[in-house]
Design a binder for this molecule. Structure first.
Ligand code: ACO
Length: 332
């Protein structure tokens, strides 16, 4: 079977209007703007309204991506939504997006954290490359503030809400020279307990005891994850580049998961990618989980920095513990 190139033909993103600044957080927990900025690089984040669920954020981003691709809902046969904050345990969040768009599409979720966008692009590529679908809509949407423990200063200062989307379509030419060139993904389940929501699944259903202990909220061992990320990023990045037949010198844009500015800068130094090729928006949005890199991709595209022929290296890390790398050659 000959494979077709899979290219990104449209991107879009959406963040809620409400801004929560570090000064606002100083009123909620024992923290300071100084600590947050110096330890994370975050200055503010967006917070979804009470009546906005992840699918609402995702739907707004999806509409923008479809418009950018010049496609209508009728052109989309498959929607994949990456999220760890689904509207409900089921039906899947992608089903709400499918209904909102009115697309005659199959729709399913990829229950994953920050690596979700790369995982979903990787999945979409298979459907497009093999000829199964002409277009796949990938949506990354997270309302992390719905699982944030607002009494825990070590986590509540980190997260924000948002969504990003990309349309993956069949391209023309050599699949090794156009579009989604290469992926490398790996999960290290032995570190899974470092980032989790302890209650609410089949192992630990939510009961009063769980609620009292706030086990329905996100728990994170930040320093341990920090070390895993800084150690794991160069390896997954190198493997992704090698698979694409590229080196760091070929990279025009490094888009990393926006979890911590210190992680991004430390990794960029190790990867020998200069600062002016880094895409950074953590200062405005905090960590938006699966949405983080999709929002960053949309920003660098819409402000004109990303040009046809540019090579993008995406590197993500997060719950699992998982790592993901993607190399993309941007189309026209
Ligand atoms: N304000 C003030 N002080 C604080 C705060 C706060 N918000 N949070 C923690 N501190 C204190 C701690 O209590 C501690 O004080 P102590 O020394 O008196 O005990 C001190 O600051 C240092 O705490 P650390 O946790 O060691 O701080 P660190 O420098 O490691 O920064 C952080 C913490 C920002 C969480 C960092 O470890 C990190 O970014 N880790 C990686 C997170 C990540 O990448 N997660 C994966 C992706 S997320 C996803 O998938 C959804």
């Amino acid at each position: 079977m000959s494979l077709r190139p899979a290219v990104i033909t449209g991107v879009g993103s959406y963040v809620p209007d409400r801004v929560l600044t570090n000064a606002d957080l100083e009123q909620i927990v024992d923290t300071t703007d100084d600590w947050i900025v110096s330890h994370t690089g975050i200055r503010e984040r967006r917070i979804a309204a009470d009546d906005q669920a992840s699918s609402d954020l995702g739907l707004a981003a999806a509409r923008r991506a479809l418009e950018d691709a010049g496609l209508g809902p009728e052109d989309i046969p498959l929607i994949i939504c990456a999220t760890i904050t689904p509207d409900h345990l089921f039906p899947v969040t992608a089903a709400f997006i499918q209904d909102g768009l009115g697309a005659p599409a199959a729709a399913y979720d990829l229950l994953s954290g920050c690596t979700g966008f790369v995982q979903a692009l990787w999945t979409a590529r298979q459907f497009v490359a093999t000829g199964e679908c002409e277009h796949v809509l990938v949506v990354s949407a997270d309302k992390l503030t719905s699982i944030t423990d607002w009494s825990d200063r070590s986590t509540c200062v980190l997260f924000g809400d948002g969504a990003g989307a990309a349309v993956v379509s069949a391209g023309e030419g050599d699949p090794s020279a156009t579009g989604l060139l290469a992926f490398e993904l790996q999960t290290y389940g032995e570190h899974g307990s470092l980032l989790r929501v302890p209650a609410g699944g089949s192992r630990r259903p939510v009961d009063q005891e769980a609620l009292d202990a706030r086990e329905h909220c996100l728990r994170m061992e930040g320093p341990e994850l920090f070390k895993l990320a800084v150690r794991g990023i160069p390896d997954i990045a190198e493997r992704s580049l090698a698979k694409a037949g590229l080196t760091y010198e070929d990279i025009d844009w490094l888009i990393m998961h926006q979890a911590n500015l210190r992680i991004i800068e430390a990794a960029a130094r190790r990867l020998r990618v200069p600062d002016d090729r880094l895409v950074i928006n953590i200062d405005k949005y905090g960590n938006t989980s699966a949405a983080s890199m999709a929002i960053a991709l949309d920003e660098v595209y819409r402000d004109g920095r990303l040009q046809p022929g540019h090579n993008i290296l995406m590197v993500s890390f997060g719950a699992g513990f998982s790592l993901g790398g993607a190399v993309i050659r941007w189309g026209s």
